[in-house]
Design a protein. Structure first.
Length: 240
């Protein structure tokens, strides 16, 4: 599909959802977007943001989400926005990109911004996020897919090789077998189930079954939670 250049992207009348429990962040985003004609909706409470997201009558074109929220994970917001009847892309913000960048991208975020936020970076992030939302909606409309993320998205390359020591550390932390370790690590790299199946030479049903077993073992309910838990286990190992 033809992708519109960022400089040509018209974001007037777009609606941007901001979920952050810091008032200063909401004010910065509001100031950055004040001259663009973009509508900004701000929520400081996780539960209220979720209620808003679940209201399918409300249009949302992009979201700026803090990765850490009182009452919930920002990555759960990212996941819920993708799974709306009309999906929406997100940019994640946080304090430590070395810790949080990869897991944010694995959860489906378009970008990661480090605090404190700058006006220019915010405007660029909002434009790119709206552009991604529009690309996905167009893709869904043209292909008539019933599920998102779809199995026909372009394959991703594994960002890093499967380090045996890392896999052993993750396996020991959560009592995983070798196959579960491989799948868990590739989830943190941002790969979807079909891409993981291709990389590991497994069937798609097998990967889905392993993913379900992983979430049960680690004690999380979502793909974003799984990626976060594995990334934290790797980080803990690297500083120990």
């Amino acid at each position: 599909m033809d992708v519109m250049a960022e400089s040509e992207l018209d974001i007037r009348d777009a609606t941007v959802l901001v979920v952050d429990d810091e008032q200063a962040v909401a004010e910065t985003i509001g100031d950055a977007m004040s001259t663009t004609g973009t509508r900004v909706l701000c929520f400081s409470q996780f539960a209220k943001a979720v209620d808003h997201i679940h209201d399918a009558t409300i249009s949302i074109d992009a979201a700026i989400v803090n990765i850490r929220l009182r009452g919930g994970w920002g990555l759960d917001i990212v996941d819920r926005l993708w799974r709306r009847p009309v999906p929406c892309a997100s940019t994640v913000v946080g304090l430590a990109p070395s810790e949080q960048l990869r897991v944010s991208l694995a959860a489906g975020a378009v970008m990661f911004l480090r605090k404190p936020l700058e006006h220019r970076a915010l405007r660029n992030a909002v434009s790119r996020t709206i552009m991604r939302t529009r690309e996905v909606r167009l893709w869904l409309a043209q292909a008539d897919h019933r599920m998102w993320p779809g199995s026909e998205l372009p394959s991703l390359k594994v960002a890093e090789s499967l380090d045996p020591e890392i896999l052993a550390a993750v396996g020991g932390r959560f009592d995983l077998d070798s196959r579960e370790c491989d799948v868990a690590w590739l989830v943190t790299q941002g790969l979807r189930d079909k891409q993981i199946a291709t990389n590991l030479g497994l069937s798609l049903p097998t990967v889905k079954h392993v993913g379900q077993r992983l979430r049960q073992k680690i004690g999380v309910s979502s793909r974003a939670g799984l990626a976060w838990a594995v990334q934290r286990a790797v980080q803990t190992r690297s500083v120990s």
